[in-house]
Ligand binder design. Structure first.
Ligand SMILES: [Zn+2]
Length: 337
């Protein structure tokens, strides 16, 4: 961790500030090992391989630990970078544009391998803090350590070790994997200053009946219980089918009449969005849909209630690729958790 991360940290137990302690090992701007100690309750948190750790996976509960194990494996395996992440991220963030990030202190709730941390920093954020519960923090740290304004923290999104000092917080495709997605959303929003903004993107219930009817029982009873390595190999066949469908059908169709023909087909907008991606992204998309023990598909009404619940203003809810919801709003009063 970089020393300048300290000003954004707060004890997840008592919310007091933290100080560096113990035998600190430094490598350039990074503190690779040592401890953080709470100035209030004196709880100690280890810094390991450059990342401060606030959540013990043995204590977060079986479901969260299993979710972290699956996604942690995923992001240690699929470390590739893709130029198309930029457009994809902006699609999830809309109406937010790259200029919006300029000079802001930004929080990514569930940063995975850190692909959005890099984009936020590239777009001019003053500091970006990525939080993830899983071992993916190792991948995120390795991918971002050269940037002086990117920070990676291992923690539970529902017990964030952060001060309410953020101008903007976002969470992309993460809250829907929590046992209580609303708890995670409120926790994220509670770290944003009054007048700051929040973005969230989650799976929709609408139009996803075929997933909840067919894929969910398979995922819950079988695929999420497999060893991730076995699931990785098992996903190759459905990923190959998906790859052929997007490349051979949606690729050519998307070039006809502004893509209208492709959009009229089953799941057309989503499948068209996959056309620019290569094999490895198709493989990780299938894996991602089958690995998690918990997935919530939210209706528009449920998602809208999240935003009214935090009393956000100027809320903009959008239907993305006809299978997911994105939301953006401004924090009017401090959110209590
Ligand atoms: Zn404390």
């Amino acid at each position: 961790m970089k020393e300048r991360l300290l000003k954004y940290l707060a004890c997840p137990v008592c919310h007091a500030s933290l100080s560096l302690a113990g035998d600190l090992q430094r490598e350039g701007q990074e503190i690779m090992a040592g401890r953080l100690e709470c100035n209030g309750c004196q709880t100690s948190y280890p810094i390991d391989h450059g990342v401060p750790h606030f959540a013990d996976l043995d204590e977060v509960g079986e479901e969260k630990a299993a979710t972290a194990a699956g996604f942690g494996w995923e992001w240690k395996k699929f470390t590739q970078h893709d130029e198309k992440y930029r457009e994809q991220f902006l699609g999830w963030l809309k109406p937010v544009s790259p200029e919006f990030f300029k000079d802001k202190v930004v929080l990514d709730g569930g940063c995975g391998k850190g692909r959005h941390l890099k984009l936020a920093a590239e777009w001019g954020a003053r500091d970006v803090v990525g939080v993830d519960l899983s071992e993916a923090v190792e991948t995120a740290f390795a991918a971002t350590r050269s940037a002086e304004n990117i920070h990676v923290v291992q923690a539970d999104i529902c017990r964030l070790p952060l001060a309410p000092e953020f101008d903007y917080a976002f969470s992309m495709g993460v809250l829907d994997h929590l046992a209580d997605p609303l708890e995670g959303f409120r926790s994220l929003a509670s770290k944003v200053k009054r007048g700051g903004h929040v973005s969230a993107w989650v799976y929709g219930a609408e139009n996803n009946g075929w997933i909840t009817g067919l894929i969910t029982p398979l995922r819950e009873r079988f695929t999420s219980r497999l060893n991730p390595r076995t699931l990785f190999h098992l996903c190759k066949l459905p990923a190959a089918l998906l790859f052929m469908v997007t490349k051979l059908i949606f690729g050519p169709l998307s070039k006809l009449g502004n893509g209208k023909a492709a959009h009229r087909l089953f799941y057309g907008e989503y499948l068209t969005s996959l056309v620019p991606f290569g094999w490895r992204e198709h493989h990780v998309i299938v894996f991602d849909h089958l690995v998690a023990p918990t997935v919530h598909y939210l209706t528009r009404e449920e998602f809208e209630k999240w935003w009214s619940g935090i009393e956000a203003r100027e809320v903009k809810i959008g239907w993305h690729n006809k299978n997911s919801w994105r939301g953006f709003g401004q924090i009017r009063t401090n959110v209590q958790v």
